[in-house]
Design a protein around this ligand. Structure first.
Ligand code: DOR
Length: 444
């Protein structure tokens, strides 16, 4: 007798759109075929998930891999391996590579490279600049593009769209997601002279890259979004003031937060880790972190992404401010956030909203983001009780470190399943690189 399914997930606690239940999931041809009470159905492979939670695949909508141009920090392959090891089933990668991903040609090159090394599903952002603004409406439709990314303030790489004129040029073209790095370049340039000066103190990072600079950039982009009636997705928010403003503008803006900003705070993190935790926008004081948590719980925040931004330890250990900003994070996002669930800061259902249904809703994904019949069979299977210590040695990133080295957590990814294929199980990669471009409703 032939099997009913290719893969059957049995006895797990499944996070469905309407709550958590113990159901069996049958998978055929990479799609979810059935969600049902336990039965005697047969399958080529049965995965006993007793004691485990089955989540929709975790989609990390903000990672910086470094290929092309800085492969000594990360490659597309090492980045996607890290993602799969961390329970992430799809990644959206940023355009501040070398050359910048600001043209159709650079995008074609990245897509070609990714197709040969994809351990997860993937999509890429196009960099939004005034120079190519008129091409964006056409290029954003390339298969495998997840949207446009704008840097309003200078960060890693040479992508900068600082003035209102440039921002208007980008926002008035195209209709896909525009993701915004909101730090005001003009305020920061001034602060660099008046606040940072010749200092080598990393504790000034959050002072010259100031709260005012973030609030100014966020309010400027909201005004431009209204003027052109264009939705904006404002990334990695760090201040209480921006959250208050964004809460009043949910009709035109969606919001992302990062595990680093929810977990680490100033000044302690700089005392302990110095330039290792230097990132843009900076990790700030506890009262800002509390405002971020409030915004997670009250619905202001739509998405959590890792902002995986690897640099080597040598580069990070240079003298501030000659140190690059950013930390790796794609492999640690799941355990860090499950630990927050176990510590009572948010529910597992809320977390699934932030890293699966949020990406589905904001980016208009065709068949990813929830466990439902007909959807891609992407799952992140986790053990909510597993105690582990996060270490540098576990990291698959070429940079091979994490700001969470030595941290004890409860909650760990046990398996990463992508379109029915078990890509990671029990901290080991299995199978082959089977990743494909993510599909979007708006371009199909
Ligand atoms: O800290 C950061 N690092 N912030 C960014 O916006 C870019 C990132 C990187 O690419 O290194």
């Amino acid at each position: 007798m032939s099997n009913n399914y290719d893969l059957l997930l049995k006895n797990g606690e499944v996070v469905l759109p309407d709550g958590i239940s113990e159901v069996d999931i049958g998978v055929s041809n990479g799609k979810i075929k059935s969600i049902s009470q336990p039965s005697n159905a047969s399958a080529e492979k049965t995965f006993d998930c007793k004691g485990l939670h089955i989540l929709p695949g975790v989609i990390d909508t903000q990672v910086h891999f470094r290929e092309p141009g800085n492969e000594h920090k990360e490659t597309l392959e090492s980045g996607m391996k890290s993602a799969a090891m961390g329970g992430v089933t799809a990644v959206f990668e940023m355009p501040n590579t070398k050359p910048l991903t600001t043209t159709a040609e650079a995008m074609a090159d990245k897509l070609n490279r990714a197709s040969k090394a994809a351990w997860t599903d993937y999509a890429f952002y196009l960099g939004g600049t005034q120079h190519y603004a008129e091409n964006l409406g056409e290029w954003e439709k390339i298969k495998g593009v997840c949207g446009i990314k704008i840097f309003m303030g200078d960060s890693t790489g040479d992508l900068l769209t600082a003035s209102d004129t440039e921002l208007e040029a980008v926002l008035s073209n195209g209709k896909r997601v525009v993701a915004i790095h909101a730090e005001d370049e003009y305020i920061m340039q001034e602060n660099k002279k008046t606040i940072l000066g010749n200092s080598n103190d990393v504790k000034l990072h959050g002072k010259w890259r100031s709260e005012e600079s973030c609030l100014s950039a966020t309010s400027r982009i909201l005004n431009i979004a209204r003027k052109y009636n264009r939705h904006v997705h404002v990334l990695h928010i760090t201040t209480a003031q921006e959250m208050e403003l964004l809460a009043k503008n949910k009709d035109i803006a969606s919001v992302e937060v990062l595990p680093n900003h929810l977990t680490l705070n100033a000044p302690d993190c700089y005392d302990k880790l110095g330039t290792l935790v230097q990132q843009n926008p900076p990790i700030r004081e506890k009262h800002h972190q509390e405002a971020l948590w409030d915004a997670v719980r009250n619905g202001t925040v739509d998405i959590i992404g890792s902002d995986h931004a690897p640099h080597t330890l040598d580069e990070k250990n240079a003298t501030y401010p000659n140190t690059p900003s950013g930390t790796p994070g794609v492999q640690t996002m799941v355990p860090i956030m499950l630990n927050h669930v176990n510590e009572g800061r948010l529910t597992l259902e809320k977390l699934v909203e932030l890293w699966s249904s949020g990406p589905e809703r904001i980016h208009k994904l065709s068949t990813k983001g929830k466990i439902a019949v007909g959807y891609d069979a992407d799952f992140t299977i986790v053990d909510m009780k597993k105690k582990k210590t996060i270490t540098n040695e576990q990291q698959y990133s070429i940079s091979q470190w994490t700001p969470f080295d030595g941290m004890d957590v409860i909650g760990w990814p046990i398996s990463t399943i992508i379109r029915g294929c078990i890509v990671m199980q029990n901290d080991e990669l299995s199978s082959m690189p089977i990743g494909k471009p993510v599909e979007f409703i708006e371009t199909s």
